[in-house]
Design a protein around this ligand. Structure first.
Ligand code: SF4
Length: 345
């Protein structure tokens, strides 16, 4: 585990003990009611830090409106205009995403730092493969991992020069290998919390695969304090995807389903059964492993490893609990019987 400098974003402390899930509103910044509703929906879905684009002065009104309805921290995403950062700070924002190298002068950087220091607002430096500085791009010829880190560290030094170190860093690339390499390099060079993400990852299927590989690999290395899965989708889907990534890598609890791919031995509709079990467990918070296996060849073995499980037979299944056979159930009773046993766990 990396030695991370804890940075507080509202009530969330980014110190690696808990990996925070983030998302970003995709409602129009001038649609206050819609933005508030989406922020509330994200919080209800399990989002722990939410970000809103603040492209102009009128969008500042989003900050009090959203903060009134949610209890998770709100982040302002600001590009270029340091005055928006000052106004967001005054409006009660919990974190600002801004790259100090892009706001014009050290005087402006100092003004933003002063406003943030006064209110204990951290700053995320968000470097993106699509918007690297021209000079860095010219030096490296492409948005390589080294180029992303050099850009990020340049912004970091500007904040440090103002005696500011409540810093979070992201270096997002749409290329998974570059993203992994960039975060690994950065993790060796600084102790600030890292916000992980694959940028412009795509629509739900590929976006989830890219994010799972990129974010999952880094979390496995012990790198990353907060994550954002970027999908060309309703952001509520990002939360579900992020929760599943964290669950798979052992950073979140909840039910884990083990189900077999079925084969020529299967004699029950296992695909349907597994989907029904998955849907039924959607809102269950117990840390349980549920096995849904097609037959008695591998089935009982896997089912025994699980807290609860079934192994299919011909039009029926055997129900197991922690390695013990409970009883045989008819195919149509598999799901209700399994759920009834889960209730008892
Ligand atoms: S558990 Fe049985 S049905 Fe499922 S894939 Fe393995 S052998 Fe086939």
């Amino acid at each position: 585990m990396r030695n991370v400098k804890p940075v507080s974003v509202g009530s969330c402390t980014l110190d690696g003990k808990h990996i925070y899930i983030q998302s970003m509103l995709n409602t129009r910044s001038d649609d206050i009611a819609g933005s508030v509703a989406q922020a509330v929906a994200l919080e209800q879905a399990g989002c722990e830090i939410v970000r809103a684009a603040i492209p102009d002065k009128s969008a500042i009104a989003l900050i009090p409106a959203i903060k009134e309805k949610i209890s998770i921290p709100l982040v302002a995403d600001i590009h270029f205009d340091y005055r928006l950062a000052l106004e967001a700070a005054a409006a009660g924002i919990d974190k600002i995403r801004i790259n100090p190298g892009n706001i014009g002068s050290m005087e402006r950087v100092r003004a933003v730092v002063k406003a943030c220091q006064a209110r204990k607002i951290p700053i995320r430096i968000g470097v993106n493969s699509g918007s690297l500085e021209k000079e860095i791009l010219a030096k490296y010829g492409a948005p390589t991992a080294e180029a992303l880190v050099e850009s990020a560290m340049g912004h970091v030094r500007m904040l440090e020069a103002c005696d500011f170190n409540d810093i979070v860093i992201s270096m997002k690339s749409s290329d998974v290998n570059t993203m992994i390499e960039a975060y690994r390099l950065c993790a060796q060079q600084c102790h600030y919390p890292l916000h992980l993400g694959v940028t412009e990852a795509g629509t739900e299927r590929m976006g989830l695969i890219k994010s799972a590989i990129g974010i999952g690999t880094l979390l496995h290395d012990g790198i990353g304090e907060t994550i954002r899965v970027s999908l060309t989708e309703d952001p509520v889907r990002e939360i579900k995807a992020a929760q599943d990534i964290l669950k798979c890598i052992g950073k979140r609890g909840g039910p884990q389903i083990v189900s077999c791919p079925t084969c020529g031995r299967t004699r029950i509709d296992l695909v349907k059964t597994a989907k029904e079990v998955e849907a039924a467990l959607e809102h269950v918070e117990k840390d349980i492993k549920v096995a849904v296996m097609g037959c008695v060849v591998n089935g009982p073995g896997e089912a025994r490893e699980a807290d609860i499980g079934i192994a299919g037979g011909d039009g029926c299944a055997v129900l197991f609990r922690k390695g013990t056979v409970l009883r045989k159930v008819a195919e149509e009773e598999i799901v209700p019987e399994l759920l009834a046993e889960i209730e008892k766990l």
